[in-house]
Design a protein around this ligand. Structure first.
Ligand code: FAD
Ligand code: DLZ
Ligand code: SF4
Length: 515
């Protein structure tokens, strides 16, 4: 092999963007490398479906590149020469094939970014770094927008993004239909006679990958049917899922965005986060397709459904990434409430008598998926009320969901859900009693616990834990204008009730593994 102009390009498992300009031309002097390695399978205890999904998508992507006549090296988990680290595998390839240049795409995760920066600084051949050409905004764009400001309001960022990218705005940069946000039209409970929508799933045979993972002794959580793997593993399947969403779910997306029901594991949600996060499809094409569907059928798809969906992607998703790059690495150790409890054991099994948690956790173990309100108002709500250390909560969320990558997991978990950032992402903690869970779901009617009881046998744990949380953090929360009035309610209760409630909460916290 000649030593002239030979470039090695690294593609990470969440960088499978076939429309990237790297692939526009075939260059015989360029070789691409994808690697299944233990540094990535072992930094968290991932769900088996997450590892399988990423490997299946990487393998498919490598094949597609080869079909386009690109040169590809694919390192399998159990390859004899696999050194299981990005730096060591790259060094070994440079040595073996005499590459003269190394190139990579900006990683989405700080840990990998730092690793590759440190590695390439020492590398004797030149390095070049490229953008992934996936997101609407650059890493620093949110930081620049809020430069000198004390708060980082998502709504401000969202409006900026809509105007900048001309999404759902008129010629004068005003929002279509007169408002930026139609949330008050959204968020209803499912009607009693609701006919569950059957999620469109794939049946990929990934048995070989499952065997590869098991024989390599990778520790995983959760269940999988590897003959019928349900998640999209390539661009074609991701586009099919997008099509299913715009045809069947968009018309009720906003209305039932916060609704929860047993046996309806994705309701009207898109389940596109995995495809987007590993870059099989781009946020722009998802939004464009949703807008096309709306324009074709405005009688069936009301504008508020579309706006609600667009906001999740051009708003929340880009916002979380901006916050991540602005605040990491400090963000990863924030613990505003100084919580230090351990996650109950049943978070890993679903074996709890609390129906809402049992359902959300079992479905997470079965599908590596829960929709937003299950993550925020069931599992996240409980973890916050129970005072679990944010490290433990993060480890759970980073492992269990197929779409979990630190940039979007930690900002949602430590930030939005656990308020461990003291209010960077959210303006108040997302906590509730059984009243909210009952309002948005049918879980309570089938529960061992009584949603209406605060004290005594079978009282719903959310009720006393809620007040215990406010009582415990009065110093930090009473000054918050969005919460102050809760303390008026608390103080108006008679002392005996308050004490009984705190006792009940302490009893539950002491026996948390038996709940
Ligand atoms: P849909 O409801 O169909 O929404 C459409 C898209 O909007 C999603 O695919 C996603 O890309 C985007 N989106 C919606 N809400 C958010 C949000 N809050 N932040 C960022 N993007 C959003 N999302 C992840 O992608 N990875 C995670 O690891 C992750 N961890 C979370 C942890 C907690 C505690 C919470 C409360 C939320 C988390 N989210 C995470 C955000 C959100 O719950 C998921 O994006 C969503 O449930 C994915 O399902 P979907 O594709 O069906 O979403
Ligand atoms: C999550 C993951 C896993 C489980 N395995 C791999 C892998 O073997 N090889 C790889 O390139 N990427 C993997 N990933 C995704 C990476 O962890 C991801 O690219 C980083 O978190 C950077 O965002
Ligand atoms: Fe969950 Fe309490 Fe309702 Fe049971 S009663 S489902 S624990 S909120």
């Amino acid at each position: 092999m000649s030593i002239k102009n030979k470039t090695l390009r690294l593609i990470l498992g969440d960088q499978l963007n076939i429309n990237h300009s790297w692939f526009a031309t075939v260059d015989s002097n360029v070789t691409y490398v994808l690697m299944e390695i233990k540094s990535e399978t072992d930094y968290a205890k991932h769900h088996i479906q997450k590892v399988i999904g990423i490997f299946a998508a990487m393998q498919d992507f490598a094949k597609e590149l080869q079909q386009q006549h690109h040169d590809v090296i694919y390192i399998h988990l159990n390859d004899e020469n696999n050194l299981h680290r990005f730096d060591e595998n790259i060094l070994s390839l440079i040595d073996k094939y005499k590459f003269t240049q190394f190139e990579y795409l900006l990683p989405d995760e700080y840990r990998v970014d730092e690793h590759l920066k440190a590695f390439t600084q020492k590398l004797i051949i030149p390095t070049k770094v490229y953008d992934t050409e996936h997101f609407y905004s650059s890493r620093n764009e949110l930081g620049d927008l809020f430069d000198g400001k004390k708060t980082y309001l998502m709504e401000t960022f969202y409006r900026y993004m809509r105007k900048k990218h001309k999404v759902l705005i008129d010629n004068e940069s005003k929002p279509l239909h007169g408002k930026w946000n139609f949330d008050e039209d959204n968020r209803q409970k499912l009607p009693k006679a609701h006919k569950p929508i059957i999620p469109f799933v794939f049946s990929n045979d990934v048995t070989e990958i499952e065997t590869e993972i098991i024989t390599s002794k990778i520790k995983t959580i959760g269940n999988v049917n590897s003959k019928n793997f349900i998640w999209p593993i390539n661009r074609k399947q991701s586009l099919e899922l997008l099509d299913f969403f715009t045809t069947n779910c968009l018309q009720l997306f906003g209305t039932f965005q916060d609704a929860m029901a047993p046996n309806e594991w994705s309701v009207y949600h898109s389940r596109l986060s995995f495809s987007m996060n590993i870059k099989l499809i781009s946020p722009q094409e998802v939004i464009d397709k949703a807008i096309v569907a709306y324009n074709k059928n405005p009688e069936e798809i009301a504008f508020h459904q579309l706006e609600g969906f667009v906001r999740q992607i051009i708003g929340w998703r880009e916002y979380m990434r901006g916050i991540y790059w602005l605040k990491i690495p400090e963000y990863a150790s924030l613990n505003y409430f100084e919580h230090d409890a351990k996650l109950p054991k049943w978070f890993w099994t679903g074996e709890t008598k609390m129906n809402c948690l049992k359902d959300a956790i079992h479905q997470s173990l079965d599908f590596a998926y829960a929709h937003h309100i299950q993550r925020l108002m069931v599992t996240g709500n409980f973890a916050l009320l129970a005072g679990i250390h944010p490290d433990e909560v993060d480890a759970w969320y980073l492992g269990i969901y197929i779409d979990a990558f630190e940039w979007v997991e930690i900002t949602n978990t430590r930030g939005m859900s656990q308020f461990a950032d003291g209010g960077i992402v959210g303006t108040k903690p997302y906590v509730s009693t059984a009243a909210y869970i009952n309002k948005m779901s049918s879980y309570c009617s089938g529960c061992y616990y009584d949603k209406n009881k605060k004290i005594g046998e079978k009282a719903c744990p959310f009720n006393s834990l809620y007040w215990n949380f406010y009582h415990r953090h009065e110093n930090k929360l009473a000054i918050n204008p969005r919460i102050g009035m809760m303390y008026n309610v608390w103080r108006k209760m008679n002392e005996e009730t308050r004490n009984e409630m705190l006792e009940q909460a302490h009893y539950y916290l002491k026996h948390i593994n038996e709940l």
